[in-house]
Design a protein around this ligand. Structure first.
Ligand code: FAD
Ligand code: FES
Ligand code: MG
Length: 311
């Protein structure tokens, strides 16, 4: 069992969980991830190791609640636990040895790009991070990334930092020259747009692919992607690949394969939670167990009865 020792809400739908995982904290490398299985009946889902503390024996998972499994995980309280955390998985990031790298993060990808930025900075590479969110409240990991170098923050609505998309800020940096590599993590359209910005300049660009994963060990084939016309497995050959060679359209199509089932799973979970809440506040005879609610219900009943009497 991997106990949650710390928890923080980073943006309206992004939460950081710090969990006990001493062995993983000791050996993980930038770019690697874990496969998390909350407990009986739960799915296994991949999450990047956003940070690690070897002394405390903990790792940080930064989770965007997008569906049933991520909602379940962010619902964990401090002291509760995750049954299985398998990893570290995947290949470590190909970090350049010197020069100037740009790390581009969109949404929860900002946390995913953090270990890459730190790994580069530790080698003496100059790092500029370009991060973005819809508006100020959606910007995460800005302070953490400052430890690696300069941070350019962009918001779609201009409520904080530079007004506009991360790709516009990236283009300015690339045009100014002297950029040796770009690392991009975020939604597929963002990574694809980053690849198109850097392609004409021939700047090596790496994208961390968020393909659907089950086992994370190359056995199931679920995470297959096309890179340079070849089929590769994001879990064992990646998750990072040459962004100029990735077939992003196929990746986007495959990510949508189970959308109906996923939406259904979430709907059922929400319905069950509501039913559970209802069961918790009502006695078997249907009367309300919470005094304030009972009073309100009684008031409504009395008002209705009064109305009937008048009518
Ligand atoms: P669902 O409603 O089941 O799915 C929502 C969408 O998430 C789907 O349409 C699909 O595109 C994607 N998805 C669903 N199941 C999986 C799966 N088993 N594997 C991958 N994608 C899936 N998210 C974070 O918030 N933080 C991270 O640090 C992070 N790191 C990742 C690292 C890797 C290597 C990969 C491949 C994905 C990572 N993700 C991360 C994405 C995360 O795994 C999915 O958002 C999560 O699995 C969705 O599960 P769900 O049941 O909550 O949502
Ligand atoms: Fe099964 Fe990659 S997750 S092969
Ligand atoms: Mg799911």
């Amino acid at each position: 069992m991997h106990t949650v020792v710390d928890k923080a809400q980073l943006s309206p739908n992004v939460t950081r969980l710090v969990i006990e995982a001493a062995r993983i904290a000791e050996i993980r490398r930038p770019g690697q991830f874990v496969i998390v299985h909350r407990g009986p009946g739960a799915e296994r889902i991949p999450l990047t190791i956003a940070d690690a503390d070897q002394e405390r024996g903990t790792i940080s998972l930064v989770i965007q609640a997008v569906g049933k499994s991520t909602e379940d995980l962010v619902g964990l309280a401090i002291g509760e636990g995750i049954q299985d955390v398998a990893g570290p998985l995947g290949r470590e990031t190909e970090l350049i040895e010197s020069g100037h790298a740009v790390c581009v993060g969109g949404g929860v990808g900002t946390a995913v790009v953090h270990p890459i930025a730190m790994g580069l900075a530790e080698r003496g590479v100059k790092v500029t991070s370009v991060i973005g969110g819809r508006s100020k409240e959606w910007v995460i990991f800005e302070d953490e990334l400052r430890r690696a170098g300069e941070v350019i923050t962009c918001t779609d609505d201009g409520s904080y930092g530079r007004h506009g998309f991360v790709t516009e800020a990236l283009k300015d940096l690339i045009e100014a020259g002297g950029i040796d590599a770009v690392y991009a993590v975020g939604p597929v359209p963002m990574m694809r747009a980053v690849a198109e910005v850097t392609r004409p300049y021939g700047v090596p660009t790496f994208a961390s692919l968020n393909a659907i994963m089950l086992d994370g060990t190359g056995m199931c084939g679920g995470c297959r992607v096309q890179v340079g016309g070849k089929t590769v497995y994001a879990c064992v050959d990646g998750p990072e690949f040459d962004a100029h060679a990735v077939d992003f359209r196929e990746l986007a199509d495959r990510l949508g394969t189970y959308r109906e089932f996923e939406a259904h799973a979430l709907e059922v979970a929400h319905r069950r939670a509501t039913e559970k809440d209802q069961a918790a506040i009502h006695a078997p005879d249907g009367s309300c167990l919470i005094p304030a609610l009972a009073t309100a219900a009684e008031t409504r009943e009395a008002a209705a009865a009064a109305g009937e009497a008048k009518g």
